[in-house]
Design a protein. Structure first.
Length: 315
C-alpha cells in the first residue's frame, strides 16, 4: 500500500509537468496547437493528464495564429464581394425593368368597349353663342360719363312712383305710423309722433265713459293718457302732452269728446266715446259706456253736422 501510493503521486506530477511544459516551451502558439491536437484525440489528452473541460477552455481563450487570422480576413472579404455583387445585380435588374416598361409600344390598359369619343368642333355660326379668338378693346365699347350727375327711380317711370306707399315717418308705434302715413298731407307742422303719451295703465273708475275709452283704444293699439281727468278736460289734457287734437273725425279709434250738456253729456263731467265707423256722408258711429248704465256698453250714430261740433283726439 505504501509503494502504490507513492507511484500514484508521481503519475499526477508527471501529467501536470507535461501540461506546463506545453505552455512554457517557448514555442508560443505552436505549443497551443499541439495542445488542441492532443485534445482532439481523447486518448492522448488522457495520456497528457488534461481534463477535456480544461482543453476546451484553452481553445476559447488562446489567441489565433497569423495564418488563421489571414484566413478569416479572406473569408470576410469574399462575403463582402458576394453581397456587393448581389446588390448590384438587383439594382441593374430593377433599372432594366423600368426601361423596358418605358420603351414598350404596347398599351397595357384595359380597353373599355363601351366608351366612345366625340370630336368637339368650333361653332362657326355667328348667330349662336361663341368665343371668338379676336378680342375687342373694352374702351371702344364702354361709354364714358363726363359728369357725376344722374337720375334714379324705383320704376321705369318716375311718374309711376306712388309716394303714398312710402313710409316717411319715424313713429315707434306701428299703428300710429300707419295712420300718420295716411295723414301725411294734413298732419300739423312739427307734430312729433313719439310724444309723451302719458299711458301708465287704466286709472279711471270702472264702468265710466273714461274707463271704457282707455280700454277700447288699448285694444286698437292706440295710446291714451292715464290722467286726462274728467271727460270735459280730455281734449286739453291730450293736447298738452302732444296728441293731435282737432274738430275733424279722421280714423276709427279716435276719441270723441263731448263738453258738458253736449248731445246729452253730463252737465258737469262731460262725456267721451270712441269712433267705430266713419260713413261716406261724414256721419260717425261710436261705442261708449255709462250712457245706459254704469259699465253698460252701447253705441250711437251722429250726423256729419253733429260731428262737426265735437272734438277728436287722434294720436
Amino acid at each position: 500500500m505504501k509503494h502504490a501510493s507513492h507511484k500514484a503521486a508521481k503519475v499526477t506530477r508527471q501529467k501536470f509537468s507535461l501540461a506546463k511544459a506545453l505552455f512554457s516551451s517557448g514555442k508560443g502558439t505552436h505549443s497551443i496547437r499541439s495542445v488542441r491536437a492532443v485534445q482532439s484525440a481523447g486518448d492522448d489528452a488522457a495520456v497528457l493528464g488534461l481534463d477535456p473541460a480544461v482543453a476546451a477552455k484553452i481553445n476559447e481563450i488562446a489567441p489565433q495564429t497569423r495564418r488563421s487570422i489571414r484566413q478569416a480576413a479572406r473569408a470576410a472579404e469574399r462575403r463582402s464581394h458576394i453581397l456587393a455583387s448581389a446588390s448590384l445585380a438587383a439594382l441593374v435588374g430593377t433599372a432594366a425593368g423600368a426601361m423596358a416598361f418605358a420603351n414598350t409600344d404596347e398599351d397595357l390598359t384595359v380597353a373599355d368597349s363601351a366608351t366612345t369619343t366625340t370630336q368637339i368642333k368650333r361653332v362657326s355660326d355667328l348667330s349662336a353663342a361663341s368665343r371668338s379668338e379676336a378680342r375687342t378693346d373694352l374702351t371702344s365699347s364702354v361709354a364714358t360719363q363726363s359728369d357725376v350727375e344722374g337720375d334714379w327711380g324705383l320704376s321705369n317711370s318716375d311718374g309711376a312712383l306712388d309716394t303714398k306707399l312710402m313710409n316717411r315717418n319715424a313713429a315707434k308705434n306701428a299703428v300710429v305710423s300707419a295712420l300718420l302715413d295716411q295723414d301725411a298731407d294734413v298732419v300739423p307742422d312739427g307734430f312729433n309722433p313719439n310724444h309723451d303719451t302719458g299711458a301708465n295703465g287704466n286709472t279711471y273708475p270702472w264702468g265710466q265713459c273714461t274707463w271704457y275709452a282707455y280700454e277700447r283704444r288699448a285694444q286698437m293699439g292706440l295710446p291714451t293718457g292715464s290722467r286726462f281727468g274728467n271727460a270735459t278736460t280730455w281734449a286739453s289734457s291730450a293736447s298738452a302732452l302732444g296728441y293731435w287734437v282737432d274738430g275733424t273725425p279722421r280714423h276709427v279709434g279716435d276719441v270723441v269728446v263731448f263738453q258738458p250738456g253736449q248731445e246729452g253729456a253730463a252737465a258737469y263731467y262731460g262725456h267721451v266715446a270712441v269712433i267705430e265707423k266713419i260713413n261716406a256722408d261724414g256721419s260717425i258711429e261710436v261705442s261708449e259706456s255709462n250712457v245706459k248704465g254704469l259699465g253698460v256698453i252701447s253705441s250711437r250714430t251722429f250726423s256729419a253736422d253733429q260731428a262737426s261740433k265735437l272734438q277728436f283726439i287722434h294720436y
